[in-house]
Design a protein around this ligand. Structure first.
Ligand code: PHE
Length: 449
């Protein structure tokens, strides 16, 4: 029998748990930092409203109708068209993201362990940058932490939808909300915090006009919400008839965006108060912040809580990414959930090994001039996620029979329903295709400066 969410609240919290992750804390902070703070935030909010909400509505609608895994869901809406295979893009993509996401989640877990044992606060020889560099270059340690996080995610997913995934999110998500609000309140109380607030909110118009900013905002929005990776199709498959599609999508997207902003209010005021560099890049969370925690009054407690937040938020996202291929494998091969978890989880763990070793043993291998993990992440957010989002928009806007779409999205006769469908049919494809074309025609990749 088909599994179902125990409650509407549990379902929405699981959706928020998928959306809220490293993307909101680790990635949002450094991408915003690199793109001029407030300027980026503005473009980001526009992308989220115009594309994020409609795409999550479409994914949930496809999943809710399909009532099974993502591959089946797409196929059931377009049984005789080549589009019936469209679900596999998200399924493969979820596995790919999880492969390197688990590595970063492992770093976060190691920092939790270091903070709790007190060893994080002994400045390593050569400073925090050297200490972190030595850790990620180690041939074994990153693999062990990556494996630990994968194992945790596998245990949760093996528990099933209501008793595994939903239960963990019911506990963790309210806790994470409390933690991030507490951290922000503390950071805002530090002398000098105002600089960080201004950085996050004051738009720098020159930066807004840089075309790379829009692509960065799109990539970040798609990554942070988790669009195109069939997570919402898969989670939508477990919805009960009475769980509403549009409202759930809206709550998930608003919560994800709110979480990123509050996390920014926890990070930037602290960075400014302590004289750090807000544009430090991917190392912001792992090198800059520990220095700041060390210098900050009460920083040891704040730092431990911060890394706990990072690891727990990563876990609930990993769980959603793992459920996507697990559901597909379970249904296609007709095997038990535990067997599907062991097979897919094991395969994805192996696939992530190169990313984990990319700063040490495999440092010679680069993708787009960056270490494996960062190169794959860039390909994912600038190519795979836009492509997958485009696929969902075109599928829902053009392939699903026109008369059926409003009913599927539960938008018949609702204010805003027509606008939302218009955005899926026209705005999303044109905007995404335009940005991708520009990229493929040789404009510098965002992040190249
Ligand atoms: N949204 C998650 C984050 O912000 C990552 C993710 C991407 C989850 C794609 C699901 C699908 O960290």
């Amino acid at each position: 029998m088909r599994e179902q969410w125990g409650s509407g609240l549990g379902f929405v919290l699981a959706g928020i748990g998928s959306a809220v992750g490293l993307g909101n804390i680790w990635r949002f902070a450094y991408v915003a930092g690199e793109n001029g703070g407030g300027a980026f935030l503005l473009v980001y909010l526009l992308v989220v409203a115009a594309l994020g909400v409609p795409l999550v509505v479409a994914e949930l609608a496809i999943g809710k109708r399909g009532g099974a895994d993502a591959a089946t869901a797409f196929a059931s809406l377009a049984p005789r068209s080549p589009w019936r295979h469209a679900g596999w893009l998200g399924i493969a993509g979820a596995g790919l993201i999880l492969s390197y996401y688990a590595v970063i989640a492992g770093w976060a877990l190691r920092f939790v362990a270091l903070a709790l044992s007190g060893r994080l606060w002994e400045v390593p020889a050569g400073g925090f940058a050297a200490g972190f560099g030595a850790f990620i270059a180690d041939p074994l340690a990153p693999l062990l932490w990556q494996g630990a996080m994968m194992l945790a995610a596998m245990l949760v997913v093996a528990g099933g939808i209501a008793r595994g995934i939903e239960r963990v999110n019911l506990w963790l998500m309210p806790l994470l909300a409390l933690i991030v609000v507490g951290l922000a309140a503390y950071a805002l109380s530090l002398p000098g915090a105002a600089g960080g607030v201004a950085f996050l909110f004051r738009p720098d118009w020159a930066a807004v006009l840089r075309p790379g900013v829009i692509m960065d905002a799109l990539g970040q929005a798609f990554f942070s919400i988790g669009i195109g990776m069939a997570v919402y199709v898969t989670y939508g498959g477990y919805m009960r008839p009475e769980h509403p599609v549009p409202l759930s999508a809206l709550i998930i997207v608003v919560a994800d965006t709110g979480f990123a902003i509050v996390a920014g209010l926890a990070i930037f005021p602290a960075v400014f108060a302590m004289g750090g560099d807000p544009a430090a890049g991917p190392e912001l969370a792992f090198i800059t912040l520990p220095q700041i925690f060390l210098a900050m009054p009460g920083g040891r407690v704040v730092g431990s809580v911060f890394f706990l937040l990072l690891a727990a938020a990563a876990l609930t996202s990993m769980v959603s990414l793992l459920e996507v291929p697990v559901a597909a494998v379970m249904h296609r091969w007709r095997i038990q959930r535990t067997a599907a978890v062991a097979l897919t989880g094991g395969a994805i763990l192996l696939a992530g090994v190169p990313a984990a070793l990319g700063y040490g043993v495999l440092a010679g291998v680069t993708i787009l001039g960056a270490p494996i993990l960062e190169g794959v992440d860039r390909l994912v957010s600038n190519l795979l996620l836009p492509l997958a989002g485009l696929t969902v928009a075109v599928f829902f806007g053009w392939i699903v029979p026109r008369g059926e779409a409003p009913a599927l999205a539960e938008l018949e006769g609702r204010p805003g329903g027509a606008a939302l469908l218009w955005m899926l049919r026209y705005l999303a494809p044109l905007l995404i295709a335009g940005l991708m074309l520009r990229l493929l025609l040789g404009a510098p990749l965002p992040g190249d400066g």
